[in-house]
Design a protein around this ligand. Sequence first.
Ligand SMILES: Cc1cc2nc3c(=O)[nH]c(=O)nc-3n(C[C@H](O)[C@H](O)[C@H](O)COP(=O)(O)O)c2cc1C
Length: 291
Amino acid sequence: MKNPVMPASGTFGAGREYSELMDINRLGALVAKTVTLKPRDGNIPPRLCEVSSGMLNSIGLQNEGIDHFLKHDFPFMKEFDVPVIINIAGNSLEEYAQLCREIDRVEGVSGIELNISCPNIKAGGIAFGASSKLAEQVTAAARYNTQLPLIVKLTPNVYNISKIARAVTSAGADAISLINTMVGMSIDTNTFKPNLGNITGGLSGPAIKPIAVRMVWEVAQSVKIPIIGIGGISNALDAVEFFLAGATAVAVGTANFINPLTMTDIISGLEAYLVDKGFTDIGQIIGKVKT
Ligand SMILES: Cc1cc2nc3c(=O)[nH]c(=O)nc-3n(C[C@H](O)[C@H](O)[C@H](O)COP(=O)(O)O)c2cc1C
């Protein structure tokens, strides 16, 4: 990676629309929207709703499935001079394993990110990322089926994030990304109906940033593998907070919807921050919060 800034999965598609507005080659990496084995229709609309300092979404992992992705989206993504990370999700360990096997054979993929915020159907619908045992199992299943760098993306909807981080690390994760969205709800006071068709959805944007910084800091105390910090990052100083907490890279989601140039602004802003503070390398601030 030429710099530590990338899009957060699901907020950048395959980069097609953004490529008309910004120079994708400036990014540290490209991260695709979650892809599943079979196509998924996603949840019933409305699926987006603006809330104080952020938004709720209940897209429900709508996508065309891995075959379509590899045929139509991946070829577009790999044309850029940027590493491509494919984000995957499944309903079972077998689905994660099969996706890893298929992606492992594809040339030009730089890594796999496991979205483990989705329910394990066989375990009664509990999210893989909500139990250290399931998180360990899904990481091990993926690890067994790919040689590619493996990033495990954690859900913040847990009590003890460090325990989950340790579980995925011991099962073979090469890096951890966090956080995914937090479960939230919003209600229309005129109709008395929830603002999302799915009733609840994932909260993202500045509203979750302090929680994300806290979780990155906790995870950085618990494991030695690299951390990609995500959650409400909108400008270079937001990113700096994540580096100080212990992240070695950052991903930007919701802020891209407000300003499609957010990531390139952050890349330039980080450089200016380091020069201003007399640093020559981002490594000089990683984990340097004074507690
Ligand atoms: C509209 C939308 C769609 C998302 N889709 C995905 C997805 O497909 N896979 C995934 O791992 N995370 C998905 N996320 C979560 C983001 O990648 C990110 O973890 C989260 O939004 C927090 O970052 P932010 O506050 O910068 O948006 C989605 C978020 C939003 C807002």
